[in-house]
Design a protein around this ligand. Sequence first.
Ligand SMILES: *[C@@H]1O[C@H](CO)[C@@H](O)[C@H](O)[C@H]1NC(C)=O
Ligand SMILES: *[C@@H]1O[C@H](CO)[C@@H](O)[C@H](O)[C@H]1NC(C)=O
Ligand SMILES: *[C@@H]1O[C@H](CO)[C@@H](O)[C@H](O)[C@H]1NC(C)=O
Ligand SMILES: *[C@@H]1O[C@H](CO)[C@@H](O)[C@H](O)[C@H]1NC(C)=O
Ligand SMILES: *[C@@H]1O[C@H](CO)[C@@H](O)[C@H](O)[C@H]1NC(C)=O
Ligand SMILES: *[C@@H]1O[C@H](CO)[C@@H](O)[C@H](O)[C@H]1NC(C)=O
Ligand SMILES: *[C@@H]1O[C@H](CO)[C@@H](O)[C@H](O)[C@H]1NC(C)=O
Ligand SMILES: *[C@@H]1O[C@H](CO)[C@@H](O)[C@H](O)[C@H]1NC(C)=O
Ligand SMILES: *[C@@H]1O[C@H](CO)[C@@H](O)[C@H](O)[C@H]1NC(C)=O
Length: 288
Amino acid sequence: MACAFSNTCRAVIVFIWAALTPLIVHVASATNISIHVAASEIERQALLNGGWWKDRIPHNTSDHCNWVGITCDYKGSITHIELVECSIKGELGSLNFSCFPNLQYLNLWNNNLSGSIPPQIGSLSNLKYLNLRWNNLTGTIPTEIGIFRNLEELYLPSNKLNGVLPQEIGNLKSLIWLSRLFLGCNQFNGTIPREIGNLKNLTHLSLITNKRTGAIPSTLGHLTSLLYLDLSSNQLHSFIPLEIGNFSALEDLDGTIPPEIGKILLLQNMDLSQNNLSGTIPLTLCCV
Ligand SMILES: *[C@@H]1O[C@H](CO)[C@@H](O)[C@H](O)[C@H]1NC(C)=O
Ligand SMILES: *[C@@H]1O[C@H](CO)[C@@H](O)[C@H](O)[C@H]1NC(C)=O
Ligand SMILES: *[C@@H]1O[C@H](CO)[C@@H](O)[C@H](O)[C@H]1NC(C)=O
Ligand SMILES: *[C@@H]1O[C@H](CO)[C@@H](O)[C@H](O)[C@H]1NC(C)=O
Ligand SMILES: *[C@@H]1O[C@H](CO)[C@@H](O)[C@H](O)[C@H]1NC(C)=O
Ligand SMILES: *[C@@H]1O[C@H](CO)[C@@H](O)[C@H](O)[C@H]1NC(C)=O
Ligand SMILES: *[C@@H]1O[C@H](CO)[C@@H](O)[C@H](O)[C@H]1NC(C)=O
Ligand SMILES: *[C@@H]1O[C@H](CO)[C@@H](O)[C@H](O)[C@H]1NC(C)=O
Ligand SMILES: *[C@@H]1O[C@H](CO)[C@@H](O)[C@H](O)[C@H]1NC(C)=O
């Protein structure tokens, strides 16, 4: 009997538990609600402070989840921001990226955003898709870009970004899901970092029209999933690493490699029908 409760004891405990349980649940859910409200209010304020939604808030709508270009999850936290061709002006950094912990999709394609890509963009730890193409962004790619654990697609073409491509892109091996990396039509210089070979899931890589110099790193040969590679209009040395033979797509390339090889290296799977990729390869994503 030493460690067993009497039935009376048990009943009392059950009674106390039953009496307290609703209270506990009530307190917990009230706390959760207030946390959620506070969190979504922070996000709403961040949108307002950014200044991009002034004309994009439907009348009488205090709920930012209904604003143009905003999608929320069931808790009212923003998961998608999509303002494409919205003539947004001003600094990209005017949106406080620290305030959107659940953002998965950020598409600001074809606006007039200026300034640099703020390091705070690294706080978007759930980001899967980032498109800043066709803006007026300057400065370098912050090394924080390397910490996106979930990023699948990164589009930065047609800005005025410069500097060297940060090694962090491949160094931390965080970007294991990255399949599309488009950095064309900027002013990046320096060599292509060898670390790019760590991006094993890369299917599309474009560095077209930058000021890259040096050799094409042999580590590109590790990118065995690559379907589309465009390094044209750079200042790369004229030789193709042997490892390029590792690209499965190469077999389809007879006669399609242009004579200015080295400067212009265009690997693309020409047989789209066979691979059922029509419409999904953004062959003209850059500069057009
Ligand atoms: C409160 O939130 C926590 C963590 O998100 C969750 O585990 C718990 O089930 C929630 N409680 C209620 C009553 O919603
Ligand atoms: C909100 O709606 C009310 C009537 O429903 C209207 O009087 C008011 O002007 C509206 N406010 C705005 C900002 O549209
Ligand atoms: C960007 O600004 C320029 C000049 O103000 C304007 O002509 C152009 O249409 C704008 N582009 C977009 C996409 O808003
Ligand atoms: C951005 O938001 C974070 C978190 O809410 C806050 O700590 C920080 O001060 C904000 N930054 C600016 C520039 O408002
Ligand atoms: C783009 O940035 C340059 C300065 O780098 C500025 O002169 C130009 O007006 C900007 N264009 C737009 C459309 O904002
Ligand atoms: C690449 O993608 C596949 C699924 O498509 C996934 O299983 C794998 O873990 C990803 N990462 C690497 C480094 O292969
Ligand atoms: C890249 O260009 C910047 C100026 O935009 C220059 O300071 C730097 O030395 C260049 N780096 C390389 C590796 O060419
Ligand atoms: C080519 O692919 C093979 C098998 O995937 C791999 O062992 C080899 O290291 C690759 N070559 C280079 C230099 O990338
Ligand atoms: C091609 O892909 C589409 C959808 O992506 C699918 O419906 C179709 O069955 C595929 N065709 C072949 C031949 O695999």
